[in-house]
Each structure stands twice: as C-alpha cells, then as structure tokens.
Design a protein around this ligand. Structure first.
Ligand SMILES: [Cu+2]
Length: 128
C-alpha cells in the first residue's frame, strides 16, 4: 500500500513539468505557435541545413522587452537551446537577422495553479 502511494506521488510530480521541442529549420520555427504550461521547458534544435539564427524574446528590435528572457545565438547544426517558462503569459520571440522575413514564433504559457492545488489535495488525501 505504501509503495503504491509513493509511486502515485512520483507519477503526479513527474507529470507537472514537460519539455516541448521546436525545430529551427530554414526560416521557420516549427511549430511557430506553441501552448505550454507554466514550469514547462522548450528545447529549440537547430536543423543541419539552416543558417545563423537567434532566438530572441520580444516582438522586434523596437520592443523594450527584447532579450529580457532569452537571446540565444545559433551558429552550428544540431545545437540546442533550452528555456524554462516560469511565468504565465504570451512570449513572442523572433530571429534577429530574419525578423523581416517573418521568422517569428510565440510561446503561450498557461497558468496551471488550479490543476496543481487539486493535485496537492489529492496527495494530502492519501495520507489521511
Ligand atoms: Cu533566422
């Protein structure tokens, strides 16, 4: 019985943070519109055939928020960049050299507070 409870807790906690993959290919982020949960991470992977890119948060070079969360440069194939999204909200991003060519994306981070408190009540309920 105790083993079952411990396993359940591990499964619940393990399910809370997920990673999502985005491929940087040509002049595109694939997918370019991604919805994730708060606490999740995103891994961008540079395709072997694409040119020099950046992954820069903001809507463009006139955005005062530019680069405040991340501003990563890619120079070689297969390179990866990981960012954990700790706060809810929309996070637009773009590639500095290819912004004019429409190389943009957005990460929509949803709050998972309700789900989390439900989860913790479930866990506490197991020990009553
Ligand atoms: Cu680019």
């Amino acid at each position: 019985m105790r083993m079952t409870i411990v396993l359940s807790i591990l499964l619940v906690v393990g399910a809370q943070a997920a990673n999502h993959d985005i491929l940087v290919q040509g002049l595109s982020f694939i997918p370019d519109d991604l919805t994730i949960e708060m606490g999740d991470s995103v891994t961008w992977t540079h395709d072997a055939t694409s040119a020099f890119h950046t992954i820069t948060n903001g809507t463009g070079t006139s955005d005062p928020e530019i680069g405040t969360l991340f501003d990563e440069s890619f120079s070689g194939s297969g390179q990866t960049f990981v960012h954990v999204f700790a706060d809810p909200g929309d996070v637009p991003y773009f590639c500095r050299p290819h912004l004019g060519l429409g190389m943009t994306g957005i990460i929509r981070v949803t709050a998972n507070v309700g789900e989390e408190s439900g989860t913790w009540s479930d866990i506490k309920g197991l020990w009553r």
